[in-house]
Design a protein. Sequence first.
Length: 328
Amino acid sequence: MIISLRWLFATRWLHLVPLIAASYWVEAQAADKGDSYQNPIIQGNLADPTVIRHQSVYYLYATGGVDEDNGYRVYTSRNLVDWEAGPVVFRPGIPHIWAPDVWCDPNSGKFYLYYTANQAVGVAEAEGPLGPFTIRKKLCDSSIDAHLFRDDDGKLYLYFVQLPGFRITVQPMATPTEKSGESKVLIKPESDWEKLSGHVTEGPWMIKRAGRYYLIYSGSGADTPNYAVGYATADNPDGPFTRAPHNPIIQRSEGLYGPGHGCAVRDDAGNWWHIYHQKESDRVEWKRFICLDRLWFDQAGRLYGAASRGKPRSAPATLSNTESRRQK
C-alpha cells in the first residue's frame, strides 16, 4: 500500500503517521530478523484473554475452552508466541464464565482470580498461577469484565462493567477481596464507534505510564465485526477520564474482524504488547481466537495499536532472542 506523505500532512490525519510508520517497521523487522510470528497465536474459540508473568513464565486465561464457557483453562508460554494448554483452573459449576483477570499479590504471594459468572463479578484465590482457584466471595451483581489494578502507592482499584448500560466503573479496594468506599462510573457508550453495533463500552484494562493513567477498553457489540479498541486518559486512577481523539486505535480492516477485549503486557525489552481476540468472520456470532500485536506511544504520550492476521510480525523480545542478536 502506497500512501502520500504530502496528503497526510495536508489533512487532519497527521496523527496516523507514527501508526503507519510503525506498521512498516514491524513488517520489515520481522522479515530481516527471522524472529517472527503470525496471528492467531492460539486457535480455538477463545476470547477476552488476560496474561500475567510469574517467574519468567507467562500465564494466559481466557473465556472458553472448558465445555464452551463453563470455566477457565490456563495456557503457558515463555515468549508470548508459543502457548501450551494447561489444566482447568476454575470450574464453579454454573454457566457463562467469562472474562477472567488474574493478579498476584506481591505481599502475600497469593493469586486472585476476578471472574464473571452469569453476569456477576466475584473473586477466587489460589496458591499459584496453575490453580485451582477457590471462590472467596461475590463482589458485584449485574456486572462483567473485572480487572484489578495496583497503583505505585500500593492502592488497589477494581475496574468492571455495570449492566445494563455497559458502564465502565471503578471500585477502590481495601484488600484484594474487600471493597473500600463507593464505586464510580468512568465511561459509558457515547462516541459513535462505541455505538456502531450496539451501545457498548467494556473490557477495561489499565496502564500507568509517566504518571498518566491509560484506560484501554473495547466498544460496540462483541459479536459483531465492528468491535474495536480505544482508550481514555486521566491524572488519577478514578478519573475523570478523557477519551483519545484518535479513537478507535484498533479496529476492523480488510479480512480482519472485531479486534478487542484484551490485556497489555511487556516483553524483556520493555515493549508493550496487546493480547486480545479477533472474530473468525464478519458474521454476527461468537467464534473468536487469540492474537498478539504491538502497542506503542508517540513522543506526546499518545497510545497506538495495530491488529494483524496471517502476516509475519516481529516477535516479542525475550532474553534468549535478545542474547542471540547480540552474538550475531
